[in-house]
Design a protein around this ligand. Sequence first.
Ligand code: APR
Ligand code: ZN
Ligand code: ZN
Length: 357
Amino acid sequence: MRGVILREVGKPVEVSDRLTLRRPGPGEVRVRLRAAGVCHSDLSMCDGTLPAPRPLVPGHEGAGEVVELGPGVAGPPVGTHVILSWIPPCGNCYFCLGGQPNLCVTARSAAGPPTLSLGDEQAHAALGVGCFAEETVVDARAAIPIPDDVPFDVAAVVGCGVLTGVGAVVNTAGVRPGSSVLVIGCGGVGINVIQGAKLAAAAPVLAVDRLPGKLEIARRFGATHTTTPDGLADAVKELTEGRGFDYAFEVVGRSATIKQAWQATRRGGTTVVVGAGSLEDQVSFSAAELFATERRLLGCLYGSGDVRTDFGRLLRLWRAGRLDLDGLISRRITLDDVGDAFTAMASGEVIRSLIVF
Ligand code: APR
Ligand code: ZN
Ligand code: ZN
């Protein structure tokens, strides 16, 4: 089959038609991809910011159709439309039973032998899903059924960016109506933090991005105020009487922007780190300020969501017109254009490029 391959960090990705996929084993299903979004974490795996094995088939934001079940697998049945979850909840571990299935580690670590090969070489599916290929074999619990009438492109973006962004607001932070919210980074994920803040009836919602074009989009998705980073300090004074925001979301994935979000959070307020930074990038705080200002610093993985219920919840909000998913898709591309999509993402031209198969 065809798929995108990363051979070396920092080198352009290639498209190969020599990828082979093994049959699904016990506990697995084969899914034919119908749409896949290009998320910044894919670029981060390709440029080395996030670690990933190679050769790698990137892509972790996808939707498709179940085409084969492994031996003894009860479902979802062949023909079911699904969103792929890059953290399949096992349902039985400490985290799943404790209401934090986004932290489940059991399912992927219990996965069978490698699913992909490239000639006689083993290849790796990014985050256990590898969506930038025509098909994928995944843990059956990673294939989350959705209604047949949901378009695959809308479904795909729910699989990472939308759950991560909206979930950061409604799950991780639990923002209450009337709270002031700051969002630093208005990309595919940040725009969904802004939509989440609108859903949560937050106000004011200040969006910050280094690119003015992104600020215009941020307003369309619910930001009440916008600024480039140089205007942040003034905006904090103006919008919060100098107190700082009740909630500040960092959606870039860098220590410098985490520090900005932290500094713009009020005493007793909450900073949420949504961006996926690198292992080497350290953030520091003085022990005294953490103690004396009682600010809270929260990590956020996959929007603290439960994919088994949250994918459906987000799609119902979309159906009711409360969540704009169609507007997130800037351009539709093919597998051959993934390299260009990374360039467009790095230069900030797009919210999401969506691969259609
Ligand atoms: N200050 C403000 N905005 C910035 C800065 C900065 N210093 N640096 C980058 N940005 C903006 C970019 O202009 C862009 O609009 O952050 C946005 C990042 O958006 P995308 O590249 O579309 O990335 P996205 O897919 O939204 O992911 C954001 O979340 O899931 C993680 O790995 C992902 O760390 C990444 C983050
Ligand atoms: Zn992602
Ligand atoms: Zn689990």
